[in-house]
Write a new protein. Sequence first.
Lengths: 271, 264
Amino acid sequence: MSETVQTGASIAGATGIASGLGDQGAKEVAAIIAVALFVIGGAEVLLRLFEVPQFILPTPSAIAGVFFSREIPTICEHYAYTMIELLAGYAIGASIGLVLAAVITQFPFVEKVITPYILLLVTTPMLALVPLLILNFGFGFTPRIIAVALASGPMVMINAATGFRRVDTMKIALARSCGASTLQTFTKIRIPMAMPMVIVGLMIGAIFGMITAVGAEMSGGGFGLGSRLTTYSSTLRMPEFFACIAILAVTGITIYAFFFWLGKRLAGWES
Amino acid sequence: MQRIKGKALNIRGATKTYRTQSGEVLALKDVDLTVRPGEFISVVGPSGCGKTTLLWSVAGLHKLTSGAIALGEEWITGPHPSIGMMFQEANLLPWRTIRKNIELPFEVRGHRPDTARIDMFLQRVGLGGFGDKMPRELSGGMQQRASIVRALASDPTVLLMDEPFGALDAFTRDEMNKLVEEIWLESRKTVILITHSIAEAVFLADKVYIMSARPGQIARVVDIPFARPRPLELMETREFFELVNMIKHDIQHQPPARPAVATA
């Protein structure tokens, strides 16, 4: 499916597949695949018909060809670096974001004081900070992991905080009337109530993290899929360039589909 | 099952003031009330008369400004394991199955749920086989049945009911009232029922306490003479009707006059 994702239309189609997996019929999946094939086939035909040069816009078949070329081990290696940065940065950012959200929402005053800084972090494009981070931490993994953590953490936090702020007095009273401690009220009432928003936050955070990882790689360091994008575009190797884009798009869709599934499992009660 | 166990519930001088932006509001003033073991009482009164505040204080969810509540020899200063509570609407946790909802009180206290008793109760209220359903799959009446089971599963001696059937349609409400009376006759809990429906209060209770608003005080106590078990047809009798009207009249003409919101 990797080569299907080069136009906006087929991204939407693939997202449809992801969200339809659970409850929609095979008929719809078939229709989605048919549309995707039509879009890709159409692109192939049009690009060949108008003889568009490969270095401007490569045909889908040329992009697919990259996945069977000798370039693929290199691409895979760099993709692995990107994933390491994403996983490490996201693990740090998301855990700090979750804990902060859970804690500060219990103290409205602290929340008022901290929120402006979180908003500042959310609205600042972390990519702008990458050159500064490189200056301080060199060209290794460190500045990228920090950038990913800074991009994903506040996104997770701000959404999770919205979830933890939902107070249902009656449900909390219920737990307390059974003798629940503050901690039990938290684990048995507040966390499940926050879960839908927590998952939304985790998803947005992961996607922002991926974008930031790739962007940071484009700013220098010479490794990671982002650096490949820079190399391929500057050497006009467009099929390889688009193959990398396709890999990233599929990664993004996988992240989305995973959290969609997780949301159904953990927060399906709120449809 | 006709054993009347448990202890009298005593409320003495219960006073509660709330601090609001426009100053202090006296929600309850010197409320004295005794519920004998196994007695069923209802509390009615205009909106904002403090009846819910009173009930939540007995549940240990509110702290009184002054006065005290005791169950037998024991002061009530917080939630008490012998006191079960039913809330407005069913108040089930939507992310838990019916069974998991019922097990919540056990879980919180670190006890193993009494599965046999829960199953028996589910059968008793007509929810046999619904234990693994999610709350949203059940009708409002069925959800309230589950919430009765949750309140009673850990076998408390006192049951507090905070306008539990307000959101149900009239037919379901009658059905629930009948069920509550039956269960009460079987188990003889000490019950305090807060309700907006005077008919419900009269139908279920041994005594109806009428409260006045601001400050919330007990204005009058009415003994309900009807023999038990009470058939639903009781509600169509002249005696029942007159009693309900008298109470309604009482609520509407309390000094100081407040717009009465109570409806039958």
